[in-house]
Design a protein around this ligand. Structure first.
Ligand code: GDP
Ligand code: MG
Length: 676
């Protein structure tokens, strides 16, 4: 796609600094969204013209540094390093320059032509902070443009600066003074690098030397393309040993510390905070939301409010959709009869497709609302605080705090959540987080909960459903601790995290977020769920001549074969067995299958369920649905991310056992207590 005549601008920056907002401002509708080659990370490209020049923009994944700590960082780094965009527009969160510049200085060391966009400038002004951008630009010798991307302010200036920069001569890469001893080793390494043919033409030798000293493993792949790395590796080992003996510090942290030192020197006198350090509203809010003791109950309260909202507002809407499908079924059935379509066509359309897919789509309002609420919590900055609070807590249990974000993401869908574990550097922490992620209740389980809670616990749906989410979290933590203790021994590190400022979420980003996720759900309806529902319908009609969806059908026989296993959990009938079996394909299918199987009954799905289940067995069935096995897509994600059949089978195996044990426990204990 890269066109030699146009100018290529890469947008780089920390996560959430406003890159995509800048990208959208610049490219408008002219964008193309795909994936990075061979990766699951999204790649956004677009183009626009300005002052008669054609400009191509690439939105790089967010990165805090250019190490090789996460897939996103590697992609961003490789693009700047290997594709050599004409200009890197580095978008910064101006309220947090110190941290944000860490990425900038690394790109400048690398020799990239960088233009800084000091974004979120509105917040700087609101906090009465003064930033001397002219002086910053002078000290770093690069253009620095204040921007407020969400209000499209500063975009013209930014592009103008970028264009000017792209025309200028090649610039000297930034040189940070790493201290006499380190500098000596860097020069020696750079000398050796210069002897490798072609390498020094393409990359800055000093930068490669820094990466080598830092212990960046990925850099060897780059160097290896030009020649043997053996000598360099030996030289590096000797250098590192000398330095670590002399300075008594680990190289990676030493280099990072010197970079931060450099940044703080650069910023001296440039950022002036208002003298009256009045406690801002945000600080006051943080005192409560991240309070050592209050933080966790506040988090659970927030989650509870989310579920209450999802049901209070969603259920009436769901009823409407339900009526719509009831009406649609009637119309289609009358219509098909009127044109004397064969019975099986009517049955496929009404019992199969409308009954099956319809029974799941009914929950779309609930799902949209849940996504809306989660988007709001994320965009406002609250989720980062929840992660911060949970870090302390999780750490006490021996788990890594960074695990928490992927776990929260699991409420949406376990697949991206499992991929998000890439941010965990340590393989053991990552494996644990992957293994427990499917216990987080994703939205596909929601239709099951809403259906059953509506049938049996109509007065306290919110609490019942919240309890299932809570059960998932608690079991995830317990299993995580067990895995840590018995399978993956070793220390976990704390994660250092700065809290982003609170923001009033913009309507656009919240709605986009909500829509993207809801759309995924809808697409699933039209594909896998439709296919499975049709399959279930076919199996309900075979062998020929059998009564539809009866126990004698193939479906009924398979279900009856499985059913006894679940008798101790209170739902040992074939309909439940078959719903769980097909639910492995996608958990929404549990409801879809029940919709097909019970679809024939006049009074509707809820009434049919009320006839077979009791409140207690409904609850144990819901826990089983929550826990019993990750769906096919999640299993595939686990395989991809762990790259191991052993751990994939383990994830499947332990969750089936756990689901069964918990469901049986709930049912049996409930019976002892006289609950059903
Ligand atoms: P990315 O992760 O770097 O792509 O960041 P996004 O473009 O998705 O922006 C993250 C959030 O910051 C969104 O809610 C934006 O609306 C918001 N945002 C972007 N630019 C600004 C800005 O200049 N000022 C303020 N206050 N918010 C902004
Ligand atoms: Mg983005």
């Amino acid at each position: 796609m890269i066109n030699s005549k146009s100018i290529v601008v890469a947008l780089a920056g920390n996560p959430n600094c406003g890159k995509t907002t800048v990208f959208n401002n610049l490219t408008g509708a002219r964008q193309h969204v795909g994936n990075w080659p061979g990766k699951t990370v999204e790649k956004k490209e677009g183009r626009f013209s300005f002052g008669g020049r054609e400009i191509q923009v690439v939105d790089l994944p967010g990165a805090y540094s250019l190490g090789a700590y996460s897939e996103d960082e590697i992609i961003a780094r490789d693009f700047v390093l290997l594709e050599k965009p004409d200009i890197v527009v580095n978008v910064l969160d101006s309220t947090n320059l110190e941290r944000n510049l860490y990425l900038s200085v690394q790109m400048m060391e690398m020799g990239a032509r960088v233009v800084l966009a000091l974004n979120m400038y509105d917040e700087v002004s609101a906090k009465q902070i003064k930033i001397d951008t002219a002086e910053l630009s002078k000290r770093l010798d690069i253009p620095v443009i204040p921007t407020t991307a969400c209000r499209k302010e500063g975009m013209k200036e930014l592009v103008t600066a970028a264009l000017n920069q792209s025309g200028s001569n090649n610039r000297e890469p930034l040189k940070i003074d790493y201290g006499r001893e380190v500098e000596a080793e860097l020069s020696a390494l750079a000398q050796t690098i210069k002897t490798i043919p072609g390498l020094a033409d393409k990359f800055i030798p000093r930068w490669l030397a820094i990466k080598i000293l830092e212990g960046d493993q990925n850099i060897w792949k780059v160097i290896g393309k030009y020649g043997q790395t053996g000598q360099l590796v030996a030289q590096r080992d000797a250098s590192v040993k000398r330095l670590e003996d002399k300075l008594g510090e680990d190289m990676a942290s030493l280099i990072a510390a010197r970079r931060y030192q450099f940044i703080s020197q650069v910023l001296t006198g440039i950022v002036v905070k208002p003298s009256s350090q009045k406690q801002s509203f945000s600080d006051k809010l943080d005192r409560i939301l991240t309070h050592r003791l209050l933080g966790i109950p506040v988090f659970f309260l927030a989650m509870f409010a989310v579920f209450q909202l999802t049901f209070a507002l969603g259920s009436p809407l769901a009823d409407l959709v339900d009526q719509l499908f009831g009406w649609l079924g009637g119309v289609v059935s009358t219509g098909l009869t009127a044109i004397s379509a064969p019975d099986f066509v009517t049955s496929l359309a009404v019992d199969g497709i409308i009954g099956g897919v319809g029974s799941v789509i009914v929950f779309l309002p609930n799902i949209i609302l849940l996504f809306l609420a989660l988007s709001l919590l994320e965009d406002s900055g609250y989720m980062a605080r929840a992660a911060y609070v949970m870090d302390r807590f999780m750490h006490k249990l021996g788990l890594h705090g960074k695990s928490f974000m992927p776990l929260i993401l699991g409420f949406g869908c376990n697949v991206p959540a499992i991929m998000a574990t890439r941010t965990l550097g340590n393989r053991n922490d990552r494996l644990i987080t992957i293994l427990i992620n499917p216990l987080m209740s994703c939205t596909a389980r929601l239709p099951v909960y809403v259906l059953f809670a509506g049938a049996f616990f109509s007065a306290n749906q919110g609490i019942i459903i919240f309890s299932l989410y809570l059960l998932g979290i608690i079991l995830a933590i317990i299993m995580g601790m067990l895995f840590k203790k018995f399978l993956f021994k070793g220390e976990s590190s704390h994660f250092v995290m700065e809290l982003p400022p609170y923001r009033i979420p913009t309507l656009r980003s919240t709605l986009t977020n909500m829509w993207d996720r809801s759309y995924t759900f809808l697409r699933k309806m039209g594909t896998i769920i439709l296919a499975v529902v049709v399959l279930v319908w076919v199996l309900s009609n075979l062998p020929f001549g059998v009564e539809y969806a009866s126990q004698e059908s193939i479906l009924g026989r398979i279900g009856s074969f499985i059913a006894p296993v679940f008798a101790p959990a209170g739902f040992g009938f074939w309909e439940a067995g078959i719903a769980l079996l097909f639910g492995i394909l996608a958990k929404e299918v549990v409801v879809g299958t029940l919709g097909v199987v019970y679809g024939v009954e006049e009074a509707g799905l809820t009434a049919a369920i009320a006839g077979s289940w009791t409140a207690l067995s409904a609850y144990s069935f819901m826990t089983m649905t929550l826990l019993y096995i990750p769906c096919i897509a999640a299993i595939a994600a686990i395989k991809r991310e762990t790259n191991s059949w052993k751990w994939t089978s383990f994830a499947i195996g332990y969750s089936i056992i756990l689901g069964w044990v918990v469901a049986v426990l709930i049912y049996q204990v409930g019976r002892l207590l006289g609950l059903g």
